[in-house]
Design a protein around this ligand. Structure first.
Ligand SMILES: C[S@@+](CC[C@H](N)C(=O)[O-])C[C@H]1O[C@@H](n2cnc3c(N)ncnc32)[C@H](O)[C@@H]1O
Length: 343
């Protein structure tokens, strides 16, 4: 096959591998093999799939370096371990969420673009987060994926530059979800207290995790909607992976609500990916992620300028940007007193 043909065919058939990983996760194949060497026969019985089909699933998983095979005995590679729920840094929830929710949305990208309505909404007639209120399974799938990302997020490049870890701060995490992000802040700011604000259906999961992190005496969950006015004091407000879920108009509404609760000492920390202005091959992941976030929520990834612009319009000015890993940043904002006519 000529090079161009090869590239095009392997890219369009990329979904084969995505579906294969998803199916293997649904069948718990990586969990059965975690710390165990199992024969194809035994695996076929455990997953309740005929031996010949099991073998045909296993072959490409071996060729893709997820599984080792020697004399018909199977074991996990390092890559395969990350797809087991038993792994400390498991990505199984991420794969399941993609297979159960996102891949269907992407398959409607064409119709959605033509109709100018984002794929999730085209398919379900509900917004992404409203659908989670109505359907526990959708919340569970999303929560598993979100937690695998939030638990693994390394905030040290930001925290290590703060010199006030003994201070008694009030930290407010808006749309804080299961609480993995605010917990990292509270473990660092060991005298501080925290509030997670999120929709009521998230309460049970958040309160459970706060107890797991042994932070129940310093962190509470408050049910609230970041669109309809908030009334809470805070030294640090966090919006982690919230703004990219929304178009500019909604994002500005959220930001204005936060700003109205800030005083001159408060800081707003926006945790998001930032898209560089110039199109470059190395940023392919970001461009695809931008389409992905549109397909699920109707939102978008933004450039630094786009963040500054929507924040300025909301009465917030940029103080500092901290680089985390995986294209992720913390953008620190404060209230713009000039905009309010005070300065
Ligand atoms: C992408 S998740 C981010 C979770 C968390 N901040 C993190 O980084 O792990 C978005 C969160 O926003 C919450 N959310 C969506 N709409 C909301 C609303 N109107 N008011 C408050 N929270 C909302 C969702 O329930 C979800 O927990």
């Amino acid at each position: 096959m000529e090079l161009e043909e090869n590239i095009i065919i392997s890219k369009i058939q990329g979904y084969y591998t995505a579906y294969l990983m998803y199916v293997a996760c649904e069948l718990n194949i990586f969990d059965y093999l975690y710390n165990e060497n199992i024969s194809i026969n035994d695996l076929s019985k455990k997953i309740n799939i005929p031996r010949d089909k099991t073998y045909r699933l296993i072959r490409p998983l071996v060729a893709n370096s997820f599984i080792n095979e020697k004399d018909e005995l199977l074991s996990l590679t390092k890559l395969g371990q990350r797809l087991s729920e038993y792994d400390q840094k498991s990505l199984k929830g991420f794969v399941l969420f993609n297979g159960r929710e996102c891949m269907t949305c992407w398959s409607y990208m064409y119709e959605a673009l033509i109709k100018n309505i984002y794929p999730f909404k085209l398919l379900s007639e509900n917004d992404f987060f409203d659908a989670q209120v109505l359907d526990d399974n959708k919340f569970d799938n999303f929560n598993l994926m979100m937690r695998s990302s939030s638990k693994n997020m390394n905030l040290n490049p930001y925290l290590e530059q703060q010199h006030n870890k003994d201070d008694k701060l009030k930290i407010v995490d808006l749309g804080g979800g299961a609480g993995d992000i605010i917990s990292k802040f509270l473990m660092y700011y060991h005298n501080s207290s925290g509030t997670i604000i999120d929709l009521e259906h998230v309460r049970k999961e958040a309160e459970h995790n706060i107890r797991q992190y042994e932070l129940a005496d310093r962190c509470i969950f408050v049910s609230g909607d970041f669109f309809t006015g908030l009334n809470i004091e805070g030294d640090i407000f966090i919006l982690s992976r919230i703004i990219h879920d929304w178009e500019d108009e909604d994002a500005i509404n959220i930001l204005k609500n936060v700003k109205n609760n800030m005083d001159e000492h408060s800081r707003l920390l926006i945790i998001e990916k930032i898209i560089p202005e110039k199109i470059e091959k190395k940023n392919l992941y970001l461009y695809m992620n931008d389409l992905h976030i549109w397909s699920m929520c109707g939102g978008k990834e933004r450039t630094k300028k786009e963040f500054i612009d929507i924040c300025l319009e909301s009465g917030l000015i940029l103080n500092e940007i901290y680089k985390l890993a995986n294209f992720e940043y913390i953008l620190e904002f404060q209230k713009d007193y000039y905009e309010e006519g005070v300065l």
